[in-house]
Design a protein around this ligand. Sequence first.
Ligand SMILES: *Cc1c(COP(=O)(O)O)cnc(C)c1O
Length: 434
Amino acid sequence: MVDHARLDRDHVWHPFTQQQGWSEEEPLVIERGEGSYLFDSEGRRYLDGTAALWCNVHGHRHPVIDAAVREQLDRVAHTTMLGLTHPGATELAARLVEIAPEGLSRVFYSDSGSTAAEIALKIAFQYQQQRGGEHVRRTKFVRLREAYHGDTIGSVSIGGIDLFHSTYRPLLFETFVAEPGDAADLERVLGAHGDEVAAVVVEPLVQGAAGILVQPPGYLRAARELCDRFGVLLVCDEVATGFGRTGTMFASEQEGVAPDLMCLAKGITGGYLPLAATLTTEKIYDGFLGSYEEFKTFFHGHTYTGNPLACAAALANLDVFEQERTLAQLGPKIALFEELMAAVAAMPEVAEVRQRGVMVGIDLGDHDDALRMGHRVTVEARKRGAFIRPLGNTVVLMPPLSISADELRELVAIAAESIRAAVASAPSQLPQAA
Ligand SMILES: *Cc1c(COP(=O)(O)O)cnc(C)c1O
């Protein structure tokens, strides 16, 4: 039998992972999934509390999405969007436009959230350049403090999580920074620099990777109005919030906001295959039209852009939203989730619970970094049959939208027990105890 744990230790380098600690722990080798559960090589089962890192929507091995990918495999696995098109890419673009906020009418495909954000930046920048006149001065971006838009250099430039991003500062372009959730601060930044700004980039309603930071109601609406007032584009990065995560198909809907550019990835294929899309308006699209020798072309494209297998999964993902009335089912589920989290918020080990829809962050407060308190909780959870991931000292619960009420109770119960166990068993030099 192949020793996958050994092969992993010998040859694999994991994302966002200190390999030194990793190779001292027994890696969890996941062989298959079913609904809300993952199964490891020993046959043990775990509730998937991360939804395959925030992208699974309808559960693992959903028969409709499985079948769609298989059927596409019998036609063709991959071609290219450079100089060709295919049925899946065209139908998916039309359906995304149909469900997207008003005015978004064009779909540019890529393959990850990072590239979706990178593309939004480049489109916004080039659009302002090609508008000409005063607009050529619009070369800067406004980002929110603690923002996360991916790991490529452009998307890191508009990111603000020091732990992930500060190392690369010399490589990054300069941005203006606004306080998350503070419309007056955004107004201040745009008031001072508005005529140099190409676009404001936000994660609408919730900043996910920052630790599920929830914005106050009205913030996104205010950001939209400020962008309009200062003639600046608004980019909504819905990579994490899209496809039902916050209770509606897109988070922007909840404040009646239509962005100029919208980034989609994670949930777009139901968590099956790498696909992303950057949506924009006809007005911005038109700014790239011209005869070839005007060189207004958007010179950008990835090899696997608009991959047919991924588009098939994405179309099936949208079919399942309709067939299972996923969004309608979500209301009561979110209410239950909120009720369960209220009890967790009251635990002495918990500083704060932040929640928006099916995105939850359980903040354990200040603990010495060396204690790795969030990580300890996830180790305890694994023993109890759930796979969850921390963001520093915040434990994140982000199950598939299809999770049942009973599974949700089980997930929250395991998280609560694991928090108690982790705090109780941690070495005693806790800052609170000092
Ligand atoms: C995860 C995430 C990204 C990056 O997506 P990748 O597919 O990991 O590159 C970008 N923006 C937001 C808001 C995200 O949550």
